[in-house]
Design a protein around this ligand. Sequence first.
Ligand SMILES: NC(=O)N[C@@H](CC(=O)O)C(=O)O
Ligand SMILES: [Zn+2]
Ligand SMILES: [Zn+2]
Length: 347
Amino acid sequence: MELTLTRPDDWHLHLRDGGLLEAVLPHSANQFGRAIVMPNLKPPVTTTAAAVAYRETIVKALPSRCNFEPLMTLYLTDSTKPDEIKLARESGIVFAVKLYPAGATTNSQGGVTDLFGKCMPVLEKMIEHNMPLLVHGEVTDPEADVFDREKLFIDEILRPLIQKLPRLKVVMEHITTLDAVRFIESCSEGLVAATVTPQHLLLNRNALFQGGLQPHNYCLPVLKREIHRQAIVTAVTSGSSQFFLGTDSAPHEKKRKESPCGCAGIYSAPVALSLYAKVFEQAGALDKLEAFTSFNGPDFYGLPRNTTTIILHKTPWKVPESYDFSSGSIIPMFAGQTLEWLPSHLL
Ligand SMILES: NC(=O)N[C@@H](CC(=O)O)C(=O)O
Ligand SMILES: [Zn+2]
Ligand SMILES: [Zn+2]
């Protein structure tokens, strides 16, 4: 059995830079047509000029005969200038602006501390230029329970933001809770949407502690209870156009994951399509998979759908234990495990 899908896009991807970029890029470029590339490098991509340079680095690192288009983003800070949004739109290569609350996740130290104050003129410019705001939706209050941070962000920041700026396009990234599902469904289609990762569809928080501490299942927002996982599966397999594929594939070197203070991020690019197919198959909703992987994202961003296809074969395949590169190795999600739905470029 095989499944032919319009070539998917990844609406939330970390490609990094340097040796890590070269190691991970082919896994995304061989399967996806486009990807929204996250700007949380060191230093972060805060200007259109930096986004142009980063895009060139990515394009140079692409495998030959690859039609992969990186869609760049800007990292919002308290001092981003409204004019930067105009430059970004005119560049034709920047497709969104990313909000990291300062301290919320990997390389977010330079993120936003004053969204409702200093950032307002920029957000208004974004409405004018129809530029979506992508959100890492967690509060950063160290007193807030880590499992409640997404819900608190919705109540304290996102809902008030959308009330204040109802015409702002917003993507809530990597949703992890029933609260987020309900919130997205309560907002207008076409203006507010969410990306969903493979890990938040397949794993609950037990996976962090199964047989011992599992650093390769640690990401932010952290995995939640089973009821939340089920709510996200129901939302995406219902066929709602407000949810689309965003792997949040976030590679870190093995030694930085298997460490006394391990980094947050799951490397899912090589396995993501197999895993999304598994989720939709288990839910009896394979007929809804293609909208999630290939239609809802471009429709939301106002971009054309891809015109080529990819094939997933219902064949068991073993996920490599690790991917080695010049300066280290990366452990993929579900390393060493057997999956079905083999993407044809791996045949
Ligand atoms: N998801 C993660 O756990 N990590 C991401 C950052 C992010 O998307 O929050 C990373 O850049 O490593
Ligand atoms: Zn994030
Ligand atoms: Zn991310």
